[in-house]
Write a protein that binds this ligand. Structure first.
Ligand SMILES: Cc1cc2nc3c(=O)[nH]c(=O)nc-3n(C[C@H](O)[C@H](O)[C@H](O)COP(=O)(O)OP(=O)(O)OC[C@H]3O[C@@H](n4cnc5c(N)ncnc54)[C@H](O)[C@@H]3O)c2cc1C
Length: 771
């Protein structure tokens, strides 16, 4: 079916969402804009302005928004007022965090609520009983806009072509050099010395300076609050300079930035901990004898290409040659051999002192991380890496232990805290949303609530898997876990129809009863027609190298074909997180389509059929078998049913193609494969974070299971009966109303949790705007 409409796909299939293509954007008067401006502290951008175009552009630039304005709240109160404003004027809001949803729902509303300025990050130590500082007691400062609340109307004719030039600067710069996160060290230090500049730090939210609102380009608008200034929250996240790993400054200051409930902690480490690594310490991570033996057949990252390929190979069809730069395959690893070597030196160097291949004793089982919904996962991971706690290796050596939230890999935004979030730590710690302890949220009627196990417990159940349909999350309080080191990387083979099934079966059998520390996937990725496809096995062992090496050895023992590359090594978790962003750069400015399912078993027949089908997919298609289960299956009474949580593989088709082309084959091959080959073993459906625009309603319901879906419908009837949050996975009827909500007969069994009855806050919206 040829793509059409602003969202690329014409959903004429009667089983898909009834109103998928948004109507033309609504108009909003200047007076209304000024009214909203007088109500909120954050800036508002009019459709057509460069700032609007910039902030409404999703990750690949493939979605054209129908919105008339984009508002950037500074806090929950701002967000509440925007929601109420929308209700009063018959406008629908859509919340945008990272804008990585390929469906584009984040920018589908009449009013985009871009949470980018709410990106504070903080960490604290738990109290003796696991206590934490509640979000209610943490004053959000927000980022003051460096501009008046509504930039003046831009002159007609300002070109906004939506071209990729715009995207390039924004999305290609997100990952700084490995091991040297683009923190704001230099700038902040200068700020502390000389006071804040007029402009918001571009580094803090990864948006290029050229695209930040500029004071000089804006006129003053009465009523626009300037927020709380740049001190406080913003400073709290960055006030501590982040020197290279292992320096005294880092140790002392980073610890000081971790707070126990009600108390600031000041840790002063003995100077001995801060010395460069001694020979003895370096020997903690000896070169692996297993790895050495592997290298005879499967060369190490440093020598893989030269030994696996002759120079002639490299210049011809090798998928590792420079040519794959032109490929749209996200996993073509164009620079893998050289970059991995560089990284090993550039990133770690003497700082390896603070990593250990032996079991480490972390100072505490977990800490609490607090972050705004506009923070990127990468920002939070950078913060974690820059603020480790002092721990101890098995040999009594001091090590620094960073604490990470179990995010999915970079570069996506934080909406996963409500929708899933499958990543390298999922089997060990659960999904991203399983780490939640508290959320600050704005509901459809503008009410600001704290949602946790005890407060609004009905919502607590619903938002951890279906959250985007119930409110707009403002701030998250989350558990972060110690990740001293990971043993991670890729094992790469050429894809051959004749041998790939054997490799996939071997992979499956190797990881069958793996411990939770092991994340592993097998990826089939199609290259350009003359380049051939690859099979990539990616592993990330969140534990000591010697344990992880057992799996590397087992996986690498497959002798059905020549291995092109092994770049599995000990590294900082942040580096591993970045690896996905690196390889996904190939997808910039492309259309994307994701189709996924969780399965209960991966049979020989499924593997065989998958390999045969994959051989016929176009360039840019990637199929992924991700080992699932583990801690994800521990959670009871979850909106995501146990069967889903205990599934054995997360299977994903990630297809991308040229932004200016229609390539129905890319969509059809993904749908066909998942529907015919994978879904017969479905555990229910995909994780909500992997729902797509073309999602079948039955599949959406099936993900939650009929019982949970009924419970969700009952809650939706209480909290959002008119579908204020319609730009989400929740299917709408032909009138744009949420299905299963309007009548008892309409998809709901009438089940009601009871606890939420009577919570409809009538009259609340008016009173807010009258203030
Ligand atoms: C390149 C790429 C790689 C990916 N890798 C992974 C992966 O490894 N693991 C994984 O689990 N998923 C992965 N995904 C899927 C991705 O995690 C989801 O699309 C996720 O929702 C993106 O988060 P975001 O903040 O960028 O979402 P957005 O696009 O900003 O929003 C997604 C939805 O949530 C709503 N929303 C956004 N913010 C809020 C808020 N604060 N409150 C309420 N609702 C909100 C939006 O309105 C929209 O409906 C990947 C996607 C891409 C494109």
């Amino acid at each position: 079916m040829p793509p059409s409409g602003p969202f690329s796909f014409a959903d004429t299939d009667k089983h898909v969402r009834a109103a998928p293509v948004p109507p033309p954007h609504k108009t909003i008067t200047e007076e209304q804009i000024q009214t909203l401006a007088s109500l909120i502290k954050g800036p508002i951008h009019r459709r057509g302005s460069p700032d609007f175009e910039f902030h409404s552009t999703v990750f690949n630039g493939a979605v054209k928004t129908p919105a008339c304005i984009l508002a950037q709240p500074l806090d929950a109160q701002d967000t509440s007022r925007i929601v109420i404003f929308c209700a009063q004027h018959g406008l629908s809001p859509s919340a945008r965090s990272g804008g990585y949803g390929t469906h584009g729902w984040a920018v589908e509303g009449d009013v985009i609520i871009d949470l980018a300025l709410i990106d504070d990050i903080d960490m604290e130590l738990p109290g003796p009983e696991g206590e934490y500082i509640g979000l209610r007691d943490m004053t959000p400062k927000g980022k003051a806009p460096a501009v008046p609340t509504v930039p003046p109307r831009k002159e007609k004719g300002r070109a906004v072509d939506g071209s990729n030039a715009h995207i390039d600067s924004r999305w290609t710069d997100f990952s700084g050099p490995f091991g040297a996160p683009p923190n704001v060290l230099g700038r902040r230090t200068a700020e502390e010395a000389f006071g804040p500049e007029d402009e918001i730090s571009e580094e803090a939210d990864e948006r290029p300076r050229a695209n930040r609102p500029k004071a000089e380009s804006s006129g003053s608008v009465p009523g626009g609050g300037q927020g709380q200034g740049r001190s406080g929250w913003g400073q709290r996240t960055t006030q501590v300079p982040t020197p290279p790993m292992g320096t005294p400054e880092m140790t002392a200051s980073s610890s000081a930035n971790l707070r126990s409930p009600g108390e600031q902690i000041h840790l002063t480490l003995p100077q001995t901990q801060l010395q460069p690594p001694s020979q003895q310490q370096m020997l903690i991570s000896p070169p692996l004898t297993e790895a050495a033996s592997l290298s005879e057949r499967t060369p190490s990252h440093a020598e893989s290409v030269s030994s696996a390929h002759s120079p002639a190979d490299a210049g011809s069809s090798s998928p590792l040659s420079p040519a794959p730069h032109t490929s749209s395959s996200p996993f073509s690893f164009p620079d893998a051999p050289s970059t991995s070597t560089e990284h090993a030196h550039a990133s770690f160097g003497p700082s390896t002192t603070y990593f250990t291949s032996s079991p480490a004793t972390p100072p505490t089982p977990y800490v609490y991380a607090t972050f705004g919904a506009g923070a990127r996962q990468r920002q939070v991971d950078e913060y974690s890496a820059a603020h480790p706690l002092p721990g101890e290796s098995a040999f009594g050596q001091p090590i620094m232990v960073p604490y990470h939230v179990p995010f999915s890999a970079h570069p996506v935004g934080t909406a996963n805290m409500l929708l899933g979030g499958f990543g390298f730590l999922t089997r060990l710690r659960g999904l991203s949303l399983d780490a939640l302890v508290e959320v600050e949220m704005v509901l459809a009627d503008g009410t600001i609530v704290i949602v946790n196990e005890k407060e609004n417990s009905d919502l607590w159940w619903a938002i951890r898997g279906a959250g985007s349909a119930f409110g707009i999350a403002i701030r998250y309080k989350v558990r972060a876990y110690p990740v001293p080191v990971v043993f991670a990387g890729n094992i790469v083979y050429n894809f051959h129809k004749s041998t790939a099934a054997s490799l996939l079966k071997h992979f499956r059998d190797c990881v069958k009863s793996a411990p939770r520390e092991l994340y592993a996937n097998a990826i089939l990725t199609a290259g350009p027609r003359n380049k051939g496809a690859l099979v990539v096995i990616q592993m990330c062992y969140a534990g000591p190298r010697e344990h992880g090496a057992e799996f590397l050895q087992a996986i690498s023992s497959w002798d059905g074909d020549r291995c092109l590359l092994v770049d599995v090594e000990e590294k900082q978790f942040l580096h591993q997180q970045d690896s996905v962003a690196k390889v996904l750069k190939g997808g910039l400015g492309r259309k994307w389509f994701i189709r996924s399912d969780l399965i209960t078993t991966l049979t020989d027949q499924m593997i065989h059929d998958s390999v045969m089908e994959f051989g016929d997919t176009p360039d840019g298609c990637t199929w992924l078998f991700e080992l699932s289960g583990g801690a994800m299956g521990d959670v009871e009474d979850s909106v995501l049913p146990t069967a889903l949580r205990k599934a054995c593989f997360n299977v994903v088709a990630l297809h991308q193609w040229k932004i200016d082309e229609n390539d129905p084959e890319c969509v059809q091959t993904a749908e066909r494969w998942i529907t015919n080959t994978i879904s017969p073993q479905s555990a229910g459906g995909p994780l909500p974070c992997l729902f797509e625009r073309r999602e079948n309603v039955a599949r959406t319901i099936s993900t939650y299971g009929s019982e949970n879906w009924s419970r969700l419908c009952a809650l939706k009837r209480i909290y959002d009966p008119t579908g204020m949050f319609k730009h989400t996975f929740w299917p709408s009827d032909g009138h744009g109303l949420p299905i299963g909500v309007q009548t008892e007969e309409d998809g709901s069994d009438g089940t009601d949790s009871g606890s939420g009855k009577g919570k409809v806050r009538e009259g609340r919206m008016d009173s807010f705007l009258e203030m």
